[in-house]
Write a protein that binds this ligand. Sequence first.
Ligand SMILES: *[C@@H]1O[C@H](CO)[C@@H](O)[C@H](O)[C@H]1NC(C)=O
Ligand SMILES: *[C@@H]1O[C@H](CO)[C@@H](O)[C@H](O)[C@H]1NC(C)=O
Length: 281
Amino acid sequence: MAKVLMASNSKTDLWNIVSIALLIAAGAWAQSVTQRPDEVVYKLAQDASFDCQFIHTPDQQVAKNPILYWHQITSRESKTEMTRLWPDPELMYKDRVEVLDSDRNSPNRSVLLKNVQWEDSCGKYECKLSYWAAGQAKRTKGSGVKLLIHDSMFFGLDPENNTKLMCAVNVSRDDRFVLSLKQDGYKVFQKNTDPLYPNMPLSITLSVILPLEKGMNYECQIHLGSTMIMRQPFQQPFEMAVEKVLPQPVFLFVAILLVPITVLLALLTALLVLCRSDRRQ
Ligand SMILES: *[C@@H]1O[C@H](CO)[C@@H](O)[C@H](O)[C@H]1NC(C)=O
Ligand SMILES: *[C@@H]1O[C@H](CO)[C@@H](O)[C@H](O)[C@H]1NC(C)=O
């Protein structure tokens, strides 16, 4: 266990050194655009942010402000298509894209894409910069970021058979999405995405139906590869049944209480009547 940890630590150290060295090397002769992470996961209708950093060293000053372009790159039937997000967004991105840092000289070139839809989940988003350096027009771009989308999870009694438990979620096309179901902490079911094929719908439904056992705890989870995206527990409905039974004993209790009260009232009335007739005499 410790060995594995150490190995992964030295691996990240090495990666850091390599990336710093690469950055220095890159700065020595060119400005660079980095897009990290290379994929992001958002819930349907959320706002997604795509990170982009424009890195250049002081001795490699940019003579004029860089101009930022964001594109969506998709390949359909071995044809590459480009849809512009910013500036002058094409119809599907109209009024949905915001540049996060308004300072044109800032290295931060990130954008926000509002209200993500399934259509936004194909292809990659590329950050590209045009600028002047040492009197020459230059252009550089990042390696792109992929957008993955999931919807909210349905986890409850199967609407068609309420002795069964159902978990369902819609996800964008990616075969690393996995739905799993845990019963009392043990994984009892796993549903992987079917193999992807051309022209399949943009959203895929992952679902499972299994018999509900009394007294068991359930949890439905969605993973992307080994990363947990979402989890939801299921509460057994028997507590609701107990609550439904409650009105009856309460009613009975009130009825039982009413008997002595009525008797007491009758006695009091009788006593009053007696007292009055006593006084008259
Ligand atoms: C870029 O700027 C936005 C808005 O100020 C900020 O939310 C985001 O964290 C910045 N990104 C980085 C990597 O600094
Ligand atoms: C998944 O998408 C289908 C088709 O749009 C829809 O009918 C269904 O209700 C969705 N399921 C969930 C769990 O959101």
